[in-house]
Design a protein around this ligand. Structure first.
Ligand SMILES: [Zn+2]
Length: 331
């Protein structure tokens, strides 16, 4: 077999398919002397196995069961079977058959990579559409975050970003109760009791990590470029070029899951108890802004003063409920 001859890779998936090849003969002995060419390879779908027809030195057939192997053509134009490992173990690379199986496997591997690229190419339009839609949605999240941040003020925005980075989304306050008493010797003693109380958790804070969202958008841009450059698949390209090209598309699934994670966070964020926004910072102005935003979120568009009053009432009720004298935001 000349080494420049083009290798035609053909897979057989059942013994029936092989038996229908012209020249098929069962138990047809194969040796390096009667071997002519490779006709294809078999990988059976249903895990069936066939017996290897390699003829051993003692004249017997190998008869080892194989699920993978080669379909070989002999010099008399008959067809027989050769198990995968038997082909590699019994014929060195310098024999015709040894060289043929090695070249065949190489071509098969190359075509597998080309097929993967073909699948990527077939999905190109759909993937571009999905990426484009994701970019639009993520830009909407950025817009929402910027609008919301402006509403609640810088202190609250920083607190939300800190939560996103530390993944600690609990809003806690410090409650203080003062005690005054007599030490038994006529002296007044003051004492205070401090307890920590968690008001709740703010869901979906990861949307405030805009650096992260922008990094996903950059990945979308790069992936889109990779798809746009893929306008055809060169069927003759080498395996290593095909593998290299394929790696450009490896991140697709990750981009989708990261992007969808952010969209889910936005949904979670919009369902928060927005009163929590008033307890993120000890800056009073930001607290009132938080209160105004909280009221707005629940459909009550009120003035800053009204919001301030509402927050004051809320804090008073909180103090009464827990029978404490003061509450402090924990920053
Ligand atoms: Zn064998």
């Amino acid at each position: 077999m000349s080494s420049s001859k083009k290798i035609a890779v053909k897979r057989f998936e059942s013994l029936d398919e092989i038996m229908s090849i012209n020249g098929w003969k069962p138990n047809n002995p194969l040796t390096k002397h009667n071997y002519a060419d490779l006709h294809g390879h078999y990988i059976f779908k249903d895990e069936d196995k066939v017996k290897c027809c390699l003829q051993k030195a003692n004249g017997n057939l190998c008869r080892q069961d194989h699920q993978f192997g080669f379909v070989a053509k002999l010099r008399d134009n008959t067809i027989t079977l050769l198990g995968n490992c038997c082909a590699k173990d019994n014929f060195d690379a310098d024999t015709d058959i040894g060289q043929a199986v090695r070249r065949y496997d190489k071509e098969k591997d190359r075509l597998n990579q080309i097929n993967t690229l073909k699948n990527i190419f077939e999905e190109k339009e759909e993937c571009l559409m999905v990426l484009g839609e994701l970019r639009v949605s993520l830009n909407k999240v950025l817009k929402y975050v910027s609008m919301f941040s402006e509403k609640v003020g810088n202190g609250n925005k920083e607190a939300l970003l800190h939560m996103a980075r530390t993944k600690n989304n609990a809003v806690a306050i410090k409650m203080v109760k003062y005690h005054e008493g007599d030490d038994g010797e006529g002296n007044l003693i003051k004492d205070k009791q401090v307890t920590k109380y968690t008001l709740g958790k703010i869901n979906g804070v990861s949307i405030f990590n805009t650096v992260y969202i922008k990094s996903i958008i950059r990945k979308i841009d790069a992936m889109e470029n990779a798809y746009l450059k893929l306008y055809s698949i060169d069927l003759e390209m080498s395996k290593s070029d095909a593998v290299k090209l394929k790696t450009e598309f490896d991140g697709y699934g990750e981009i989708l899951s990261e992007g969808e994670g952010i969209l889910k966070s936005l949904g979670g964020f919009k369902n928060n108890k927005f009163i929590l926004m008033c307890f993120l910072t000890d800056n009073k102005v930001d607290q009132y802004k938080g209160a105004k935003a909280a009221l707005e979120m629940s459909g009550n568009n009120v003035s800053r003063d009204k919001a301030k009053q509402w927050l004051g009432d809320y804090k008073r009720k909180l103090k009464d409920k827990h029978k404490v004298d003061r509450i402090f935001v924990i920053t």
